[in-house]
Design a protein around this ligand. Structure first.
Ligand code: FRU
Length: 465
C-alpha cells in the first residue's frame, strides 16, 4: 500500500466549530461513513477522507473505533489510494467479519487522466485485517468489474451474510441512464457472481439517474432498502437538497432476485444528510450513521483545517410501514447535569436557561394536548439562526442564509428531541417519525427559546459532554 505523507496532513487551526460528540477528522476533509462494524470488542467506523486538504480529493479511508459508540479513538488511516486497483481513490464501501478476520470491500476509482472528473471507471476491491488496525489489500484485486450494460457509475458495495452466502449490493447506472441496484453473491468474499438487478429507477425525476451508497437489511419480518439517489427533482416541500437519502420497505427475494417495496421516501428532511450506512450491533440493533453533507456548500470550518462530520448514531425500527430513527440509547451516558425539568405553559417567547446551550439535549413532550402552533428557536448575536415551527400539520425548519427552509408533515406534534453540538443540530420529531439534520455556525453566544399558542409543554434538558 502507498504511504501516507505525514508532513502534508492539514492541521486543525481553530476549535470554534469543533464537535464534542460527533465523528469528524483531526485535520482534513470527510464525507461518507464506510465500513461500519463491530470487531474484537470495538465498534469501527471508517470514513471517506482527504488528509491533505479541506476539499474533497483522492479518497483515503480514515478510521476511528469506540467501545461505546460515543467516544472515538483515532486510528491510522486504513486505506491509502494509489495501487493499480484504486489509483484514483478508495471510494465508499463496507465491512464484514469472517473467520475472525475483518474484510473491507470498497470501490476503486480510476480516471482517464484527460482532465475530466466525470470520465472515470470503477471496480470493487477487498482489503483485510487481523487486528482491526492494520489493513492489507488483497493480491487478487479487483474482485468485481463492471458489467457491460453499465455506465461508469458502479460503486459503494454494502456486504452482508444471509444463510450460507455473502451478498453485496452495488450502486449503479444502466446504459439508458437510470439508477439501479445490482446484487452479487459469494461464498468466500473474494469470488463474486452477479445475481441480478434487484431494483431500478423508472422515472428520472422521481427516482434518479444513479443510486449511490445503497444498503439492504432486515428489520423484523421486513427488508429495507436505503440509497442516496442522484438527480431527483425537488418539489415544493420535498427533495430540496441536491441529493438526499431515500428508503423503501418491502421484501428481497434472493431467488429472482428482486426487491419489491414502497415508493422511495425521503429519510431526513434537513439540509445536511447523505450517504448513510448501517450495521448490526452484537445486541441486534440496526444502527445508522450518515454524513452531514453536502459537497456543494463550503462548510465554514474549511478555513479551520477540517471539513465535515458524521451524524450521531441512530437506531432504526419500523412503525406503521415507516422507518423510524432515534438516537441510540447510549446517549443517556452523555447526559451531565439536568438543566431543566418542568411543565410550562408556553404562550409567548420563553427563554430556556441552559448551562451549555451548544452542547445539550432538549426533550419536549405534549402527552395529551392537541397542539396548534409551537416553535423552538436558536438565536445568536445576529438574531434568529435556526428554528423549527409546527403549524397546520406541517413542520418548517428555518436556517439563516440562502435556501433557508425545509419541511416535513406531521398530523400531530407529540414530541421533539433536539441534540445540539457545537456546529450541528439533529431534531427527532415524534420519537423519530421524522428528522432534521443541520449544520449551523453561530456568531457569538447562542440562546434557546420556545414559543406557542398556549401549550402545556413538558420540558427536560441536559448538558451533554
Ligand atoms: C457519495 C459518494 C460515493 C463515493 C464517495 C466518494 O457521497 O459520491 O458514491 O463512493 O462519495 O468520496
Amino acid at each position: 500500500m502507498p504511504q501516507l505523507d505525514e508532513q502534508k496532513i492539514v492541521p486543525v487551526t481553530n476549535d470554534r466549530y469543533r464537535q464534542h460528540f460527533h465523528i469528524m477528522t483531526n485535520g482534513g476533509w470527510l464525507n461518507d461513513p464506510n465500513g461500519l462494524c463491530f470487531y474484537k470488542g470495538y465498534y469501527h467506523v471508517f470514513y471517506q477522507y482527504h488528509p491533505y486538504s479541506t476539499e474533497w480529493g483522492p479518497m483515503h479511508w480514515g478510521h476511528v473505533r469506540s467501545k461505546d459508540l460515543l467516544h472515538w479513538e483515532y486510528l491510522p488511516v486504513a486505506l491509502i489510494p494509489g495501487d493499480p486497483e484504486d489509483d484514483g481513490g478508495c471510494f465508499s464501501g463496507s465491512a464484514i467479519v469472517k473467520d475472525g478476520r475483518l474484510y473491507l470491500i470498497y470501490t476503486g476509482q480510476h480516471y482517464y487522466d484527460d482532465g475530466d472528473q466525470d470520465h472515470f471507471w470503477e471496480n470493487q476491491n477487498v482489503a483485510f485485517s487481523d487486528d482491526g488496525i492494520h489493513f492489507q489489500k488483497y493480491s487478487g484485486n479487483p474482485v468485481i468489474e463492471a458489467p457491460k450494460d453499465n455506465t461508469q457509475h458502479f460503486r459503494d458495495p454494502k456486504v452482508w451474510q444471509h444463510d450460507d452466502h455473502y451478498y453485496l449490493v452495488l450502486g449503479s447506472q444502466n446504459t439508458a441512464g437510470f439508477g439501479r441496484l445490482l446484487l452479487y453473491q459469494s461464498t468466500d468474499l473474494l469470488h463474486w457472481q452477479e445475481a441480478g438487478i434487484i431494483d431500478q429507477a423508472h422515472d428520472l425525476a422521481t427516482e434518479g439517474f444513479m443510486w449511490e451508497c445503497p444498503d439492504l437489511f432486515s428489520l423484523g419480518e421486513q427488508d429495507v432498502m436505503v440509497t442516496s439517489p442522484m438527480g431527483i427533482k425537488a418539489t415544493t416541500h420535498e427533495n430540496l437538497n441536491s441529493s438526499q437519502v431515500d428508503y423503501s420497505i418491502g421484501h428481497l427475494d434472493y431467488g429472482t432476485p428482486h426487491f419489491s417495496g414502497t415508493k422511495l421516501t425521503e429519510l431526513d428532511h434537513g439540509h445536511n444528510f447523505y450517504a448513510t450506512q448501517t450495521m448490526l450491533t452484537p445486541d441486534q440493533r440496526r444502527i445508522q450513521i450518515g454524513w452531514m453533507s453536502p459537497f456543494e456548500e463550503q462548510l465554514q470550518e474549511h478555513t479551520d483545517g477540517w471539513a465535515g462530520c458524521l451524524t450521531f448514531p441512530r437506531e432504526l425500527t419500523i412503525q406503521n410501514n415507516r422507518l423510524i430513527q432515534q438516537p441510540i440509547w447510549e446517549l443517556v451516558n452523555l447526559r451531565q447535569s439536568q438543566d431543566v425539568n418542568e411543565t410550562t405553559l408556553v404562550n409567548a417567547e420563553t427563554p430556556l436557561t441552559l448551562s451549555d446551550p451548544q452542547h445539550c439535549e432538549i426533550d419536549l413532550h405534549w402527552p395529551k394536548e392537541l397542539l396548534e402552533e409551537f416553535s423552538w428557536q436558536l438565536n445568536d448575536q445576529l438574531g434568529k439562526l435556526l428554528a423549527l415551527t409546527y403549524a397546520d400539520g406541517q413542520l418548517t425548519l428555518y436556517r439563516r442564509g440562502a435556501d433557508a427552509y425545509r419541511y416535513a408533515s406531521a398530523a400531530q406534534l407529540r414530541s421533539l428531541q433536539i441534540l445540539v453540538d457545537t456546529s450541528s443540530v439533529e431534531v427527532f420529531v415524534n420519537d423519530g417519525e421524522s428528522t432534521f439534520t443541520e449544520r449551523y455556525y453561530a456568531t457569538g453566544p447562542v440562546a434557546h427559546f420556545l414559543n406557542g399558542t398556549g401549550c402545556t409543554t413538558e420540558v427536560v434538558a441536559y448538558r451533554l459532554a
